[in-house]
Design a protein around this ligand. Structure first.
Ligand code: PLP
Length: 384
């Protein structure tokens, strides 16, 4: 089958698998124990930290390994509330629920400000500047690229603006890392990401915390992670994640070009074949692997089932929204109607996805289209 749901998760890449197996078999000791074997794991862990930091041009001290982006996002918002109880928190309307829900949980009354996005899916920098001009300061949380539309957000500009107005900036770079250049990201005060979006293991991520925020603590207990996050370090998964990021960095430029070409050809082909097709964020710079398509007929859940039966794994939007009522908050913030959002599917390719796969997905979409109007006469029964 053809996997087109890479923004939800990716399989382990060979480099990550080899690193995990080696660490699990040979370097499984607790890095904080007094034995020589443990001391070796401690050294390996610190090497992994330095290697990850080097990819970002950051210091090793700024890297806090954790369980993933949800934890990182939650901890940044909780930490901010602790050190600055009265200040404002500004988040965009299209953030991941792990930012939005934790921002809501940590703010009362008018403390939380939700930034609007343009129709294109890009956060309004004009609104951010106006807000900061009027009242300055606070925490700004902005994603580097959106998980549903792939639209790249103006985070470089946000770094400048936040510096100018003395606001603290958190960038949720979960969809960016492994797909786009890492340069410049570490200039933000906080950066979150996780391994499983770029060929690393699930349940493993990291947070970059700038040096001015040394009191950061995500989880109390032991002194691991320089007192920033207690709990025995998961060295095998950390080694695996770092190997995955090194591998994706080594091939990133070529992958970006190939994925982008194939995605653009796919969209051009479909736009010709299907009248009234809409592509969200099409006019904007997007992640080269992502396409958010609004089809003229058919509920997205049905499209997903039909395509799955034909061997194409796509998504209705974000995996985290599955099971929640209502259409995507991302599309709603862009002014997309609920009805259009229900006809929208998200396609997100792996680095290894080739043109043949995109082309056959386009053919399947065109073939299925005539049968998509009306009720679903043949529901898929999943046998366990
Ligand atoms: N932030 C963004 C933008 C995401 O796309 C995701 C995952 O879909 C997350 C955060 C959460 O990542 P995890 O589920 O690994 O904690």
């Amino acid at each position: 089958s053809h996997y087109f749901d890479a923004n939800a998760t990716t399989p382990l890449c060979p480099e990550a698998r080899a690193a995990w197996l080696e660490a699990t078999d040979q370097h499984w000791h607790n890095p904080s124990s007094p034995s020589r074997a443990s001391a070796r794991v401690h050294v390996l862990l610190e090497n992994a930290r330095a290697e990850l930091a080097a990819l970002f041009g950051a210091t090793a001290e700024s890297v806090v390994f954790n369980s993933g982006a949800t934890e990182g996002n939650r901890d940044v918002l909780a930490y901010w509330r602790r050190i600055s109880p009265e200040s404002r928190v500004i988040v965009s309307a299209i953030e991941h629920p792990s930012v939005l829900e934790n921002a809501r949980a940590n703010c009362v009354g008018g403390q939380l400000v939700i930034l609007p996005v343009e129709k294109s899916g890009c956060v309004s920098m004009k609104s951010l500047v106006e807000l900061l001009e009027k009242r300055g300061g606070g925490l700004v949380s902005l994603m580097a690229a959106n998980n549903e539309t792939g639209v790249i957000q103006p985070w470089q500009e946000a770094i400048e603006v936040c510096r100018q107005y003395r606001a603290t900036l958190h960038i949720d770079a979960t969809q960016w890392v492994g797909k786009e250049a890492l340069e410049g990201l570490a200039s933000a005060d906080f950066v979150t990401a996780c391994g499983h979006k770029f060929g690393g293991p699930k349940g493993t991520g990291f947070l970059l915390v700038s040096s001015g925020l040394s009191g950061f603590c995500g989880q109390r207990g032991g002194a691991q992670e320089n007192d920033h996050r207690a709990g025995t370090e998961n060295y095998p998964s950390i080694a695996s994640m770092v190997a995955a990021l090194q591998a994706s960095e080594a091939q990133r430029v070529g992958v970006q070009a190939d994925n982008g070409d194939a995605r653009d050809r796919f969209e051009a082909l479909l736009s010709k074949a299907i009248s009234d097709l809409k592509i969200w964020g099409a006019g904007e710079a997007r992640l080269s692997n992502t396409s958010s398509l609004c089809l003229p007929v058919g509920e997205n859940t049905r499209w997903v089932r039909r395509l799955d039966q034909r061997g194409f794994l796509v998504s209705t939007g974000s995996a985290c929204a599955t099971g929640k009522d209502g259409p995507s908050h991302v599309l709603a913030a862009m002014g997309v109607t609920a009805e259009e959002a229900r006809r929208t599917i998200r396609i997100s390719a792996l680095p290894s996805t080739n043109w043949e796969a995109w082309n056959s997905l386009a053919a399947a979409l065109v073939e299925l289209l005539p049968g998509m109007d009306g009720g679903d006469g043949n529901p898929l029964v999943i046998k366990l």
